[in-house]
Design a protein around this ligand. Structure first.
Ligand code: CAA
Length: 695
């Protein structure tokens, strides 16, 4: 028997102990171990009952996702589950940690399920673009009915043990000593002469056909707009569970699983899963983080208040600093509002709000921040303003405190240089709203000490954020790509598309909003101020689209002013002839004859622009690996998860095709459309971005 599963004997009970860190995923060794262990237990006449449990942090957290997309190897998980279920001796699954996906399907094929109170069970396959493929779609409805089964599989959300017990997914929940409790249950079953209770034969949840039909109809309606095929197929499988004999239902499930697992959407979602985890692997992660209990946030605007609220909710003591009484009152008010809304939505208890509020202090004098372990400046995006704050912090903070700047574009090295401790300065780039958006770019300067970076990483973890390491450049990873993306969106508009067409094309690609809708939502003022600042140093030979400037000059600053790239009826964006006239005037002034673009060409150009800029960022060593770039776009910019990110998209598009496309587009703006310097070598060596992800 493979060592990933041990067979132990406790008198008449055989215990199969799964031991395959970190999460006991059901890779080949575990599947083979389970099959062999089961066969041995069945062959042994002295064994009267079987317990399956796991060592370490969790009962299997699922199939081994890294095996998907590779040829399947026997024994398959569905077959292992069938063999467990077919055991003539009662089988008990003892669940702790997170029994997810295939892990929970193993438990479903056992005859009894006992769990620790802290355990969670779930079928999250939908988040990977697939469906439960080891009998989950057939067994779950048999236990708990179609409605709850559909809800569980379509939401993908794990269910805590107490609720799972109430639903009928579990038979018993214990507070401690799960192995002992599982043994006691097995012995009781032996004593009672209990016959195995195969889930396939149970109909507990299938009694009410009307409720079932309603559930299926509701599920179909709810996922109608969802373009991913997973939820649709889950509904089909649950229908099969009701209408077909068990084995036919299993066959139906298998066919649907195989169709989904090979889909590009599932590949994109798998890539997203592993990329998120890989991003935390930065060289500085090996350094010990500096201890942080007290966080100072300078600036009580939307961003500062959001950061302060997130830090409070994560348990830090927080000082919020503003220059004057009014500013401070507004900042504190913002935090109070965020708390209120969390309480109203049931995400925070009133007692928690009180406790958090007690850990917050508002200050107007920087000297009062002296005790902070980490200070984050979130003041206006202007070098001199930020430099002043950092100088002030440098003067008062204790030695060893980390000074973080939340700049989105500015040179972190130059900002660090205004302090006497550049090694303690790091960029922590939050995304708005800071308490919601999961991305945190950790910008590492020339002088930044590894343990200052590790401190940022530890903060991200505590705030539940996904941290990505970025080097210093204008806009870091995310905003630099955004700049290229917007640039091309504006070229397209000046060359003949309308803003509405560009937005529609990108929504069809999967973005929640198109570039102009986003621009209107965020407001056009900050970018305008930045363009004005950079105007003196702009290269006149480079193509410059001035439509946004004209909009700002006309007082069209986006949604907040009721008009921008669109006119707003309430929150509804309406195409505005005034904007189209401004665009036409710009075209006429430059002598551009407008041409038409198909939506697909628009989205391809924008994707090529993102991927090419991403490749450049990689070539310059700003990002550690292509998947980090994908993570930035997925978690900070609403990039559709099933597309995996721009670099994953580029692998699908082809590296040679990427370079050719850039060259084809060159007539649009020769200065902009230059292939990234690393593409040639990649083409020559047959390298894809995915090949550069390890490490
Ligand atoms: N397959 C392969 N590797 C897995 C894995 C899986 N199912 N689940 C987790 N891992 C790996 C992670 O990649 C990570 O590896 P590294 O340390 O090398 O980065 C390691 O296990 C630890 O994972 P986390 O960092 O995520 O640890 P966590 O404690 O924060 O979370 C978890 C643990 C809740 C189990 C989380 O990892 C998770 O949600 N895993 C995926 C669960 C899942 O989707 N299961 C369904 C799989 S599909 C399936 O089972 C299909 C089927 O029907 C047959």
């Amino acid at each position: 028997m493979a060592e990933a599963v041990r067979l132990e004997r406790e008198d008449e009970v055989a215990v199969l102990v799964i031991d395959s860190p970190p999460v006991n995923a059901l890779g080949l060794a575990v599947r083979a171990g389970l099959a062999d262990g089961l066969a041995a237990a069945l062959a042994d006449d002295g064994v009267k009952a079987i317990v399956i449990r796991a060592e370490g942090r969790t009962f299997p957290a699922g199939a081994d996702i890294s095996e998907f997309g590779k040829p399947p190897q026997d024994p398959w998980l569905p077959e292992v589950c069938n063999r467990i279920e077919a055991s003539p001796k009662p089988v008990v699954a003892a669940v702790h940690g997170t029994a997810l996906g295939g892990g929970f399907e193993v438990a479903l094929s056992a005859h009894w399920r006992i769990a620790l109170a802290s355990a969670k069970v779930g079928l999250p396959e939908v988040t990977l673009g697939i469906l439960p493929g080891a009998g989950g779609t057939q067994r779950t409805p048999r236990l708990i009915g179609a409605e709850q089964a559909l809800d569980m599989m379509i939401s993908g959300k794990p269910v805590p043990a107490a609720k799972a017990l109430a639903m009928g997914l579990l038979d018993e929940v214990v507070d401690d000593d799960l192995p002992g409790a599982a043994l006691r249950l097995a012995r009781r079953l032996i004593a009672e002469g209990a016959a195995p209770r195969p889930t396939r034969d149970r109909r507990d949840g299938m009694r009410d056909a009307v409720a079932y039909e309603q559930a299926v109809a509701a599920a179909r309606k709810a996922q109608g707009a969802n373009r991913l095929p997973g939820p649709r197929r889950i509904v089909d499988c649950v229908e099969a569970a009701l209408l077909l004999p068990f084995d036919q239902g299993l066959h139906f499930e298998r066919t649907a699983f195989q169709e989904l697992v090979a889909s590009p959407e599932a590949a994109g979602l798998r890539h997203a899963f592993f990329s998120e985890r890989r991003a935390a692997k930065m060289p500085e992660a090996a350094s010990p983080a500096r201890p942080v209990a007290h966080v100072a946030v300078v600036g009580g605007g939307l961003m500062g208040a959001g950061i302060a609220y997130a830090c409070l909710s994560a348990g830090y003591n927080v000082s919020l600093m503003e220059r004057d009484r009014e500013g401070l009152a507004r900042g504190l008010e913002r935090i109070a509002k965020l708390q209120e809304s969390a309480v109203a939505k049931g995400r925070m208890s009133a007692a928690q709000r009180e406790a958090d509020w007690a850990r917050l202090s508002g200050v107007m004098d920087m000297a009062q921040l002296a005790g902070a372990d980490l200070a984050i400046e979130a003041v206006f995006e202007d070098f001199d303003v930020k430099a002043d704050v950092l100088r002030g912090l440098d003067a008062v903070l204790k030695p060893g405190a980390v000074l973080a700047t939340n700049t989105s574009y500015l040179d972190v090295d130059a900002l660090a240089a205004v302090t006497a401790r550049p090694a303690d300065v790091v960029g922590l780039h939050f995304f708005s709203p800071a308490h919601v958006m999961r991305l945190l770019e950790i910008v590492v300067g020339k002088a930044t000490a590894p343990d200052a970076v590790a401190t940022g990483l530890a903060l991200a973890k505590k705030l539940g954020k996904v941290a990505v390491r970025s080097g210093v450049c204008d806009g870091f990873i995310g905003n630099r790509i955004l700049t290229a993306y917007r640039q091309v969106a504006e070229f397209l508009v000046e060359d003949g598309a309308t803003p509405a067409q560009v937005d529609r094309a990108m929504r069809a690609f999967g973005m929640p909003l198109g570039p102009f809708e986003v621009s209107d939502m965020a407001g056009l003022q900050i970018a305008w101020a930045r363009r004005k600042r950079l105007a003196a140093t702009r290269d006149p030979a480079k193509r410059y689209v001035a439509v946004a400037d004209r909009l700002c000059e006309a007082g069209r600053f986006g949604q907040s002013t009721g008009k921008g790239w669109y006119r707003y009826d309430g929150r509804k964006a309406v195409e505005d002839p005034e904007v189209l006239a401004i665009i036409e005037a710009e075209r006429a002034a430059k002598g551009i004859t407008p041409r038409s673009f198909a939506d697909a060409e628009i989205s391809t150009r924008l994707m090529v622009a993102m991927a090419n800029e991403g490749a450049r960022i990689l070539a310059e060593g700003i990002a550690l690996r292509p998947s980090d770039i994908d993570v930035v776009k997925l978690f900070g910019y609403g990039f559709p998860r099933w597309e995996g990110g721009p670099m994953h998209w580029a692998d699908g598009f082809g590296i040679l095709q990427l370079k050719n496309a850039v060259q084809d587009y060159a007539e649009q703006a020769p200065d902009f459309w230059q292939p990234a310097p690393n593409l040639d070598a990649m083409i020559l060596n047959g390298t894809r971005f995915a090949d550069l992800n390890e490490g």
